[in-house]
Write a new protein. Structure first.
Lengths: 171, 100
């Protein structure tokens, strides 16, 4: 006997088979395995931390004073830079028992001499570098009014703009 | 009923599958935009402008350092009535004109 109760049965069967074949195709074709490191979210957060710490250090504490970053570069004092920078980037919560973050850094100062750019190494976080993690580079331009102390390291003795480049990674 | 449920499970599986790619491209576009470079450049130019120093060597410092270390072309036109800043790093371009 011909009646209509088989139409829905057939259509269900057809759509179920199309669903199964499409699923199997998707599973087989997208075989890229994404890890959290591939998504660069952690790198972006680390770069933001570094940029924020340098921006905070480049802010003068009072009107017409030098910012801590400018005075530590002008007086060539890597220890002052290191302790302040490590405090800014590694503090998780002041007074916490969790401890602190484990970000290490290395920095260099670039200056212009005539038509060329030269550099001298500045502060770093000491220790041994194992180089396991991704690194991020952040930089900040520093305006130095009095370059008499650092002119022994290479820059001209004039008011100038330097670039400090800091490389950060999580150890 | 079973068909509806299986199709909805299939659509949810596609959403979960594409979510990692969405996270990666969002983070990459944030990394590519030079927000802190432009903010840093502006703050440096204003600090230089307020200092009582000869400004042409400092402007040349900024232009050459940006070109060589940050791969960005910077043009600064600085007189007492007008300040023009042009920044282009190949992906993003920024222009600013201030009249005093």
């Amino acid at each position: 006997m011909v009646n209509e109760s088989g139409i829905l049965y057939t259509i269900e069967g057809l759509s179920a088979s199309i669903l199964m074949i499409t699923t199997a195709y998707l599973v087989v074709s997208t075989t890229m395995v994404f890890t959290p490191g591939d998504s660069h979210i952690i790198d972006m957060q680390l770069e933001q931390i570094g940029n924020d710490a340098l921006a905070v250090m480049d802010t003068p504490v009072s009107y017409n004073a030098l910012s801590p970053l400018e005075s530590s570069i002008k007086d060539n004092d890597p220890n002052a830079f290191r302790s302040r920078f490590l405090q800014y980037i590694n503090t998780v919560k002041p007074g916490s028992t969790i401890g602190s973050d484990k970000i290490k850094f290395f920095s260099e100062v670039f200056y212009r001499k005539g038509d060329r750019i030269e550099s001298y190494p500045f502060a770093d976080s000491g220790d041994v570098y194992t180089g396991r993690e991704h690194m991020v580079k952040v930089s900040r331009m520093v305006f130095i009014r009095d370059a008499s102390i650092i002119s022994a390291l290479g820059p001209d003795n004039r008011p100038q703009s330097l670039l400090i480049e800091v490389t950060l990674w999580r150890e | 009923m079973g068909l509806i449920i299986s199709i909805s499970i299939f659509i949810l599986a596609i959403i979960v599958n594409q979510s990692m790619i969405v996270g990666q491209t969002t983070a990459e576009s944030v990394l590519d935009f030079p927000k802190s470079d432009i903010q840093d450049l502006r703050s440096e130019i204003f600090r230089m402008r307020m200092a009582e120093v000869d400004q042409n060597p400092v402007i040349e410092d900024i232009q050459i350092i940006s070109l060589i270390r940050k791969s960005a072309i910077v043009y600064i036109d600085n007189t007492s009535e007008i300040l023009i800043i042009h920044y282009n790093n190949g992906v993003t371009s920024y222009n600013e004109t201030i009249r005093f």
